[in-house]
Design a protein around this ligand. Structure first.
Ligand code: AMP
Ligand code: ZN
Length: 472
């Protein structure tokens, strides 16, 4: 472990706190995954990029991280409350496909976007539809413990049973009154306005394509229950960090805490990490509003996805970020200059291990200051300017890029790839020449070729399939 502290803003305590995991050296981390009814927009991906650097920072300083993410393929209604149509069903209707086809297509598309943006795929990724028995079990326990009730054939969580419901935000009940928030309709089954659905039955949405048998009738789970159950299935009842965009704070994460802590009877997750929104001039970029930009669209316009990643890393995750084409163009120039500068680092000099440790510490401190990615990038520039050998710089660029994932070493990799291709072409030419020499019974020349290659560390092996080669 590096000898450095990580400070994180915790939405639950509303303070910047030192991060201390439950188990020494290990971190359990959960991320709310995408609702796979459409492509992810670059706003969603801002959240995933910033969560990715958080995870990579924790690994960089030496933690063993296990990260879990759900895929929402059922139960997320068009309103974050319990009203409207299931988003998946709306997506299926829009494209005249089945819900499962839509889910598979957009999960793959999301994974491809993550690859393009160098976002590491979490260790465990679980679709909600895989875990119906777990959801039913948790709901049964909540009913047994008196935290839930059945009304109008749906199962609801009873928020009046909690000492404190709004643990993450200072929301008040007035805000939830019908007509004040446009997406809140009155559900007469609810005992309290803040109650939320754990299990829907056909009484509510008869046309739901995906439904399962349950003790309360054929139906499907509410959205919030999936994250509580999927995280506990893989990370147990105590979790270190839960991530998401700020729009998840209420009601989604508030409801996750309500049901998880009522189920376990103890505090569930210690740190809540929320990424602020990517906005357009007209407000939050959102899938439902239909006005959204995708990674593919950026590529079509000629932007390298790494430029968007850098655009995100240059601002702090807790601040709203306004997207503009001019802003992105400025980052194109910054990225090109940075890549060129790194490409020019030679393989001269030896690695100064003391300088490596010193800069690694500075970098970890910048990142550890509430994931201050822009100051971590400043450390990168300071390091490139420092009076240390190019080989030391190369090593540090490689280390920093384990966290930044900006493909900073792409120029050298190209060089290495070219060198590999040249080597292959050379060896193959020599093998052909040796074959010809043997055909002409010029065994002296054939041996000479074998020796010439051996001197370069290339070993030949004659097999029935032909001559194979490998490096010593
Ligand atoms: P969804 O697919 O709608 O469930 O959202 C996936 C993730 O993206 C969640 O963590 C959201 O909080 C986050 N998110 C949604 N809109 C934005 C935005 N405009 N900027 C940043 N994150 C967002
Ligand atoms: Zn969630």
């Amino acid at each position: 472990m590096l000898d450095t502290k990580t400070l994180l803003y915790n939405t639950r305590s509303r303070k910047v706190e030192e991060f201390v995991p439950n188990e020494e050296g290990r971190v359990s981390m959960y991320t709310c995954g995408p609702t796979v009814y459409h492509f992810a927009h670059i706003g969603n991906l801002r959240s995933y990029i910033m969560e990715d650097v958080l995870e990579k920072h924790l690994r960089f300083v030496g933690y063993d991280v296990k990260r879990v993410m759900n895929i929402t393929d059922v139960g997320h209604l068009s309103s974050d409350g319990d009203t409207g149509e299931d988003k998946m069903l709306a997506g299926a209707k829009r494209e005249h496909k089945s819900v499962m086809d839509i889910a598979e297509f957009y999960t793959d598309a999301f994974r491809a976007d993550c690859e393009k943006l160098c976002i590491k795929w979490p260790d465990v990724v679980e679709p909600a539809t895989n875990c119906i028995p777990e959801f039913i079990h948790m709901i049964e326990v909540l009913l047994e413990k008196g935290y839930a009730y059945v009304a109008g054939d749906n199962v609801y969580f009873d928020t009046s049973k909690l000492d404190q419901y709004y643990v993450l935000s200072a929301q008040n009940e007035e805000d939830l009154q019908v007509g004040v928030r446009e997406d809140v309709e009155e559900d007469t089954n609810k005992r309290n306005k803040t109650d939320f659905v754990l299990w829907f039955t056909k009484s509510k949405f008869d046309n739901q394509e995906l439904k399962w048998d349950s003790p309360w009738g054929i139906g499907y789970p509410g959205w919030h229950i999936e994250c509580s159950c999927i995280s506990m299935k893989h990370l147990g009842e105590y979790m270190d960090i839960h991530c998401g965009g700020v729009d998840n704070i209420f009601p989604h994460h508030t409801n996750e805490i309500a049901q998880s802590e009522s189920y376990t009877g103890h505090k569930w997750c210690n740190y809540w990490f929320h990424v602020n929104h990517l906005n357009t001039k007209n407000g939050k970029m959102s899938k439902s509003k239909g006005e959204f930009l995708t990674v593919s669209l950026l590529e079509e316009k000629g932007y390298d996805p790494m430029v968007y990643r850098l655009f995100c890393l240059l601002s702090h995750y807790r601040k709203p970020l306004e997207f503009s084409w001019e802003g992105l163009d400025n980052v194109v120039a910054v990225y090109d200059k940075l890549i060129k500068r790194i490409a020019n680092l030679t393989e001269e000099g030896s690695v100064d291990e003391a300088a490596v440790s010193e800069f690694e510490k500075k970098f970890a401190e910048a990142m550890g200051n509430d994931i201050n990615t822009s100051s971590a990038i400043t450390v990168l520039y300071d390091m490139l300017k420092a009076d240390i050998s190019d080989m030391t710089k190369r090593k540090l660029v490689t280390r920093f890029d384990e966290v930044l994932s900006l493909q900073l070493t792409r120029a050298w990799e190209k060089e290495e790839k070219c060198a590999d291709m040249e080597l292959t072409a050379y060896v193959e030419k020599m093998i052909e020449e040796r074959k010809a020499a043997k055909r002409e019974k010029n065994f002296a020349r054939a041996d000479e070729i074998r020796e010439e290659l051996a001197a370069k560390g290339i070993i030949l092996k004659d097999t029935r399939e032909g001559t194979l080669w490998s490096m010593k």
